[in-house]
Design a protein around this ligand. Structure first.
Ligand code: GLP
Length: 241
């Protein structure tokens, strides 16, 4: 496995990742970005927005694909990943909203929505740079342990531990139990992948993923199969290495 880059704290790690994205977009203004949600990514988007506001980068020609979306939440629901992305990033930069893609969590038939998303990825991709977080149980996107390494975009049921971890993002009511997620194989189609993991709660998942044993028990271990993966950690997430 590649040597991870270890930064002093979560903000420095996020800055490193944001700078990789900015460098790519400066070199290739029409880059296709693979984007991720989760608390870990919030400082990454804050750095991207700040850099845009300083006039140092433009996202006007960028296309984006998010990893996943909850099933059954309207885009206007504050817990949906569409509304999260709008609030953290899209609303504050010059990206063309029609070029920002998330799976359609409100589709009558989630499986057809998943197939349509995979077709959009094939038509507009490949993703130049995929931003990736990791769940405490090693999930990537919403590919929970047990997901097939050759999985594609599909509807999935979330594990109890994931519902618990994401509960804080929902003010009231219950966390949705289903999502549409890019599959492990869809994620591995990206030209380049950057994984960002911060905080001690991720230390165990990070060490398992980087052990070099590829196993469905730890979806992030599949990243070993890709030769352009960079890991950016803070000291707490690197504690088990
Ligand atoms: C969520 C998302 C993942 C994210 C992970 C970690 O469930 N679907 O894309 O990487 O869990 O989230 P956080 O950064 O909040 O720990």
């Amino acid at each position: 496995a590649p040597e991870p880059r270890v930064e002093i704290n979560a903000n420095e790690a996020a800055l490193t990742v944001a700078n990789c994205i900015i460098d790519l977009v400066r070199q290739k203004p029409d880059a296709v970005l693979g984007l991720a949600t989760g608390g870990t990514m919030e400082p990454v988007y804050a750095h991207l927005v700040a850099t845009y506001r300083r006039g140092e980068v433009s996202f006007a020609k960028v296309t984006s694909f998010n990893l996943d979306e909850y099933v059954g939440l309207p885009p206007s629901h504050p817990g949906s990943y569409r509304s999260t992305m709008n609030r953290l990033f899209f609303d504050h930069v010059d990206i063309d909203p029609s070029r920002t893609h998330l799976p359609d969590g409100m589709a009558g038939d989630p499986e057809s929505a998943a197939t349509a998303y995979e077709a959009d990825l094939a038509r507009l991709g490949p993703v130049d740079l995929q931003l990736l977080g990791i769940g405490r149980n090693g999930h990537i996107g919403f590919n929970e342990p047990g997901s097939a390494l050759d999985s594609r975009t599909r509807q999935v049921e979330l594990h109890a531990s994931t519902l618990e971890a994401n509960r804080s993002f929902f003010e009231c009511g219950t966390v949705p139990h289903h999502a549409i997620t890019m599959g492990i194989a869809s994620i591995l189609d990206a030209r380049r992948i950057i994984v960002l993991a911060t905080g001690e709660a991720k230390a165990e998942a990070v060490s398992t993923a980087l052990s070099g044993t590829v196993s469905e028990a730890c979806p992030a271990s599949a990243l070993f199969l890709h030769d352009q993966v960079e890991w950016v950690l803070d000291k707490a997430a690197a504690a088990g290495l």
